[in-house]
Design a protein around this ligand. Structure first.
Ligand SMILES: [Zn+2]
Ligand SMILES: [Zn+2]
Length: 274
């Protein structure tokens, strides 16, 4: 996401090719980490049935004296990553086809990154994004991805220096970028949202009482989705904000969703915010 944010901020066709070439090593590291993370999630799913399913090899090849002493689980050789899907689907609920497809794709990439020096490998940040979202969708059932992301962001080094509202706006910006990168069915699948639905700025995410408008990143939808609806719901922060319906009219803006509190148009972000 941080790479995508950078390229969106500095959007320039001329630098894009050089930018993504320079980013290859970092994206490769991200794929390795994302794949390792998914392996842990798969192993944890299998462990719910029994952790012993993860031990590979014959008993004759188990750690020395394992019948005589307490042996740490990590001393056993565990099954290969390529067998995890088979084990999981045999002993536990079936994994979705979409996840299996993404997992195999990431595993192949991981192998070519880890074991060969393939010069023609062209990795994109979007590949990692889709893989992470697919894994979260598969294993962290019923979760809002942005909630997980916020929790993670709170543990980042930079967040020590940031105000709360700052990383709300960073998350909103990331969400807006993710939406423009993904296709309709991915947005529906990962965020439960229709790409066609009109979106508005969420005051809770992008407005700071101290700094004013922080970002133009539309992450809220009318709830319910009707012309007279007076509430918007933000899928990033999960908050509902009351709005009034009156024409904005600023510089031919056709929106009529206004945050009365600051008389701010939540489409063009013009109004009497201060
Ligand atoms: Zn929000
Ligand atoms: Zn407007």
């Amino acid at each position: 996401m941080s790479l995508l944010v950078k390229i969106y901020e500095a959007w320039d066709e001329d630098v894009a090719v050089d930018f993504w070439t320079a980013a290859q090593r970092r994206i490769a590291t991200n794929i390795l980490l994302a794949h390792q993370g998914t392996e842990f999630l798969l192993k944890s799913k299998i462990s719910e049935i029994s952790p012993f399913l993860l031990i590979s090899r014959e008993p004759s090849q188990w750690p020395k004296n394992c019948t005589e002493r307490d042996v740490d689980f990590s001393e056993f050789r565990t099954v290969d990553a390529q067998d995890l899907i088979k084990i999981s689907n045999t002993v536990s609920t079936k994994l979705s086809h979409e996840f299996i497809k993404q997992y195999d794709l990431a595993r192949t990439l991981r192998n070519s990154i880890a074991h060969t020096i393939k010069k023609d490998l062209k990795l994109t940040a979007k590949e990692v994004l889709v893989y992470v979202l697919e894994s979260a969708n598969e294993f962290v059932i019923g979760s809002n991805w942005f909630e997980l992301r916020r929790e993670w962001a709170g543990r980042e080094i930079e967040s020590v220096l940031a105000y709360d509202s700052d990383y709300s706006s960073v998350l909103a910006k990331e969400a807006a970028i993710a939406i423009s990168e993904l296709n309709s069915s991915q947005i529906e699948r990962y965020f439960g949202l229709s790409k066609k639905r009109r979106r508005y700025n969420c005051p809770n995410c992008v407005y700071s009482y101290k700094w004013g408008v922080l970002e133009n990143a539309k992450t809220a939808v009318l709830e319910p989705n009707t012309p007279i609806s007076q509430k918007i719901y933000c899928f990033v922060c999960g908050k509902t904000t009351e709005v009034i319906r009156k024409d904005c009219g600023f510089d031919r803006c056709k929106s009529n969703v206004i945050w009365q509190h600051k008389d701010l148009c939540l489409t063009c972000m013009n109004g009497e915010a201060d």
